[in-house]
Write a protein that binds this ligand. Structure first.
Ligand SMILES: *[C@@H]1O[C@H](CO)[C@@H](O)[C@H](O)[C@H]1NC(C)=O
Ligand SMILES: *[C@@H]1O[C@H](CO)[C@@H](O)[C@H](O)[C@H]1NC(C)=O
Ligand SMILES: *[C@@H]1O[C@H](CO)[C@@H](O)[C@H](O)[C@H]1NC(C)=O
Ligand SMILES: *[C@@H]1O[C@H](CO)[C@@H](O)[C@H](O)[C@H]1NC(C)=O
Length: 423
């Protein structure tokens, strides 16, 4: 009799343990009643429900860099072109004001030799003559005139590269949407967009196994395997820029009329942790605040501050590491960036439809877990505060990069072609 009770207790324990990995059947009381017809069977959901073919997915923004790692792994020694300062190319990074800890974090992969091909960086304008290229951070350029006396006289054989991590609305506060001053000033572009000469993604997703093995280990990791909290709440978000251009707060407040969404950061009542600036070298795996949200909510609203073509920030990749489902809102085609069934695109739903979908998924562990199947096939970027400038190193080895080329209409390329939705 005793033994039986013991076995029964053990079985119950086991079931409880297994059940921890799926959401509890919470009845999330909507703030306002939701009716079945709130959910209008949109096209979005039919697509989300398609059975994915895992091998087919490629992260298109990461592809150029992954390709370079693949090549580097297959060719033991390539031809070595001559560079100005020796055997490897060197670039001068120019930013005024210069923030040492920011740039030291940004160039960590370059300096630590983690790129597919080696290159060197200097921050000292006195070394401009030895540089194979000059990278100019456009964020702080003044509006009046593009005069950079420290770099004079300009050597026409040395490409100038315009670097921005941000989309046009936040790329330079002196320019707003008028970047005509930079027309004809640069030879190459460096941006998160795939049509840039050098692509600087804010994160990536890579296939497990062979593909991931090509990369430095510190760049990626299996998504967290810890069991999430059993009593997970429905949804959370972090917002610090309350007047963000994309109108995201507006949308979230409408969703909040139907379901609870916890808002952390400056624009909400909840506070959490410290800043997540690049120079703080935070990492998704060790950041307490991300961990708390990632482990305690079923959904995370990863809304971009600007609605611009292909613009997504590391906010998205950081939270993907945790066993929550990102609800995205941005002007990227997320299917080119993230595996199938790994996200929910809020722009395909009205606030009430989204509320209804999240509520339905939260009540169906089977449906909810479909949004985590991708984790068995992919790793996600662990870049936090140390983004890579590695694609630049690769491009600096390519003679084509030094061919004569001028970005005549920078404004049109940067502003018009970013197709930002201004509100
Ligand atoms: C590596 O080898 C392939 C084919 O063997 C070639 O197409 C490619 O250009 C080489 N890459 C480099 C960087 O040498
Ligand atoms: C988004 O990307 C996917 C995958 O490449 C493609 O099939 C789809 O047509 C794209 N959608 C839009 C609206 O461009
Ligand atoms: C770079 O652009 C400058 C300014 O337009 C131009 O004078 C120079 O010839 C260009 N150099 C290269 C290598 O394209
Ligand atoms: C880019 O947009 C501006 C308005 O912002 C317009 O005046 C200009 O003609 C556009 N340029 C091109 C090449 O379409």
């Amino acid at each position: 009799m005793r033994l039986c009770t013991g076995i029964a207790a053990a079985v119950v324990m086991l079931i409880l343990l297994l059940y921890q990995s799926v959401p509890a059947r919470h009845e999330y009381k909507p703030v306002r009643p939701l009716h079945d017809d709130a959910f209008l069977g949109t096209k979005g959901v039919e697509e989300e429900n398609r059975t994915p073919v895992w091998g087919e997915f490629r992260d298109l923004t990461f592809e150029p860099l992954l390709g370079a790692f693949r090549e580097a792994a297959h060719n033991s020694t390539g031809p070595t072109p001559a560079f100005r300062s020796g055997a490897i190319p060197k670039f001068l990074l120019w930013s005024a004001p210069f923030d040492g800890s920011f740039w030291s974090a940004q160039t960590e992969d370059v300096r630590e030799g983690r790129c597919p091909l080696p290159c060197a960086v200097t921050f000292d304008p006195a070394e401009v003559k030895e540089a194979d290229a000059v990278v100019i951070y456009i964020r702080f350029l003044p509006r009046r005139a593009l005069k950079l006396p420290a770099l004079e006289p300009r050597d026409p054989g040395q490409p100038w590269v315009a670097l921005s991590f941000e989309a046009p609305p936040r790329a330079n506060k002196n320019f707003y949407d008028d970047f005509r001053l930079l027309n004809g000033a640069f030879n190459r572009t460096m941006l998160y967009r795939r049509d840039a000469d050098v692509v600087v993604p804010h994160g990536f997703v890579v296939g497990r196994g062979e593909e991931a093995a090509l990369l430095p280990e510190v760049w990626h990791g299996p998504p967290v395997s810890e069991v999430p909290s059993r009593e997970r709440k429905l949804a959370a978000t972090f917002i610090s820029n309350c007047k963000a251009e994309s109108g995201r707060l507006d949308y979230i407040q409408k969703v909040q009329q139907y379901i609870p969404v916890d808002i952390y950061g400056k624009c909400g009542p909840l506070k959490c942790g410290h800043s997540m600036y690049v120079q703080d070298r935070y990492s998704p795996a060790t950041d307490k605040c991300l961990r708390n949200t990632g482990m305690n909510y079923l959904f995370y609203f990863a809304f971009e501050n600007s609605l611009c073509h292909e613009y997504v920030t590391e906010k998205l990749y950081n939270i993907l590491y945790y066993p929550t489902v990102p609800v995205v809102f941005g002007a990227a085609n997320y299917s080119t960036l993230l595996p199938p069934n790994s996200f929910i695109d809020a722009r395909r739903f009205s606030p009430i439809q989204l509320a209804s979908l999240l509520q339905r998924l939260s009540q169906s562990p089977k449906e909810y877990l479909k949004y985590h199947e991708w984790r068995q096939h992919y790793h996600v970027s662990l870049w936090g505060g140390q983004r890579s400038l590695c694609h630049l190193c690769v491009r600096l080895h390519d003679p084509a990069f030094y061919r004569s080329h001028v970005v005549q209409d920078f404004h049109s390329w940067f502003v018009n072609e970013s197709r930002c939705g201004w509100k």
